[in-house]
Design a protein around this ligand. Structure first.
Ligand code: NOJ
Length: 556
């Protein structure tokens, strides 16, 4: 693997900038309007130049795509719409040659209803042992006509679907915490554990550097699958954060540690308390987990400072690095969130259509990028963050593909708007998402005015979001990632978030409407937007702007 970063004592995953590739929407290599591995391979030089350290690929496995690939029918092969296993192997090798690590998405909570195990379970009798790898239960009510318990699917509606037995009679119910096409696996079954251990080995042998664990808090269920009840304690639900899940990660950690090269796990852990969250990051479990607190936090100095402090405090006792995430393929893009009156977010956010000032949102998004890239720990960049893409909110109903739209009866418009194919060029098929010569009809339409946001358009504009990310990622790599994982707040007044890190580094973000003066002679290295001067000739930082500078001094 090409070495680009200065060598540090800390393993790479403690301070990596990881770029999330939503394969279907990144780049289309074969011209069918759907992103694929060929497209991703073509764009590796772009990613290298951007300055990230690693790539996280959302599921690329064989899948009927009932939930964008998070319904896996074969964990050891690539879906034909994305390419072949040989292409995935080539991609891993080529990424390594460019100095980029590769993280694949592991989906252990559920599989697809087309997975051979589930097909076997359906084909078997109610007593078939093939059903024990899932959660099949008789219904409640006099004739079993009601679901076995009161659990609701995260996508809306009951978490149970009743099967029809071979003789045409209604039979048992199976559990699916997401769509009915995503049956939950029974992690009490030894075959389930053995299967996933083997899947880990399969991809580790192919050289992947790590795994992102989908719904990492959800695998184990409380014995007896008790009802949630009417006033549940969010920190004590029977389908998440059940203690047995930690055994799974302890056994996986041993497997990973048996391979060379600092392989890593990052967990998708959504839990209400920092204590619960941190337990997944104990030294013999996962290495890191996504920090959704910062993603959900409003654009507000005090709230952000609180999140940074609680994040650092939660990670410190278990010795895990924090991570910083502003957007992903499940959330409203932060350019749009930050342009609303209420800038906070949560997963049940139904405010997709609330008015948003995109220009304001983008100014804040630029500042948020510098703020998060300056913090100790790892950072995630969701494809398109580096272009300042907004959420697309006017997709017609008939084009919406996310199962949440139909499952919620249309009250949740779903996550398609953050999954629009990337614009690469100002013209050409699907703005360069698809190759020359193709018809250029992408799987979701791009807004007509995205030509100005295309990579090629931003490459020639030194003030673009893309240039800001490149400069920040380069500075971070050369001057920040080797520093101790600490920060010290500087008190600069209400609405101003300011901290220093070792080696004289300063990061100041002004979230107030009042311009904030910098100390005289400050030599600003990077700024998310234009600075002004006050009447005394001091540089001032306008609202919604973040600046980085290093104190002059020996070695600076
Ligand atoms: C979390 C993934 O990020 C999301 O896209 C998916 O729908 C659910 N897990 C279910 O796998």
């Amino acid at each position: 693997m090409t070495e680009r970063a200065p060598r540090t004592a800390a393993p790479w995953w403690r301070h990596a900038a990881i770029y999330q590739i939503y394969v279907r929407s990144f780049a289309d290599g074969n011209g069918d309007g759907v992103g694929d591995l060929a497209g991703a391979r073509d764009r590796l030089p772009y990613l290298r130049e951007l300055g990230v350290d690693a790539l996280w690929f959302t599921p690329w496995y064989v899948s009927p795509m009932a939930d964008g690939g998070y319904d896996v029918a074969d964990y050891r092969d690539i879906d034909p719409v994305f390419g072949t296993l040989a292409e995935a192997e080539a991609l891993i090798t080529e990424a390594h040659a460019q100095g980029l690590r590769v993280i694949v998405d592991l989906v252990p909570n559920h599989c697809s209803d087309r997975h051979p195990w589930f097909q076997e379970a359906l084909a078997g009798s109610p007593a078939s042992p093939a059903r024990d790898r899932f959660w099949f239960l008789p219904g409640s009510g006099e004739r079993g006509e009601l679901p076995p318990n009161d659990w609701q699917s995260y996508f809306g509606g009951p978490a149970w679907t009743r099967v029809v037995e071979d003789d045409g009679t209604p039979g048992d119910w199976y559990l699916h915490m997401f769509a009915p096409q995503q049956p939950d696996l029974n992690w009490e079954h030894p075959a389930v554990r053995a299967e996933f251990e083997d899947i880990l080995h399969f991809w580790l042998r192919r050289g992947v550097d790590g795994f992102r664990i989908d719904v990492a808090h959800g695998l184990a269920k409380k014995p007896g699958l008790p009802d949630v009840g009417t006033a549940p304690d969010p920190a004590d639900l029977p389908y998440q954060d059940v203690d047995d899940v930690h055994d799974v990660y302890r056994s996986w950690r041993k497997i990973l540690d048996g391979y060379d090269g600092e392989r890593t796990f990052v967990g998708e852990v959504w839990l209400p308390t920092a204590e619960q969250f941190a337990r997944y990051l104990r030294p013999d479990e996962l290495h890191s987990a996504f920090n959704f607190d910062i993603l959900c936090c409003p654009w507000d100095a005090e709230a952000l400072r609180r999140v940074v402090d609680t994040t650092l405090a939660a990670h410190e006792p278990v010795g895990a690095p924090p991570t910083w995430v502003l957007s992903n393929h499940d959330t409203i893009r932060h350019v749009t969130r930050y342009g609303r009156e209420d800038t906070s977010f949560d997963m049940s956010d139904k405010r997709l259509l609330d008015p948003s000032d995109t220009e304001l949102g983008r100014r804040r998004a630029r500042a948020a990028a510098l703020l998060t890239l300056a913090l100790p720990g790892g950072v995630y960049v969701y494809q398109g963050d580096e272009l300042g893409l907004p959420e697309v909110r006017d997709l017609p109903d008939e084009l919406l593909q996310d199962p949440t739209f139909a499952r919620s009866g249309g009250t949740d418009r779903g996550r398609d708007g953050c999954r629009i194919p990337l614009p690469w060029t100002a013209g050409g098929p699907a703005l360069g998402f698809s190759p020359a010569g193709s018809t250029g009809t992408p799987w979701l339409p791009q807004p007509a005015d995205w030509d100005g946001l295309a990579v090629a358009s931003q490459q020639t504009d030194p003030d673009s979001v893309l240039h800001l990310y490149r400069r920040a990622l380069t500075l971070r790599r050369t001057r920040l990632t080797h520093l101790p994982e600490t920060l010290t707040w500087a008190e600069e007044g209400p609405g101003v978030l300011s901290f220093t890190r070792p080696d004289g580094f300063h990061c100041l973000t002004n979230l107030s409407p009042t311009p904030h003066p910098l100390p005289r002679d400050t030599d600003v290295t990077l700024s998310s937007g234009p600075l002004d001067e006050d009447t005394e000739g001091r540089l001032t930082v306008p609202g919604d702007t973040c600046v980085w500078w290093w104190e002059r001094g020996p070695g600076a």
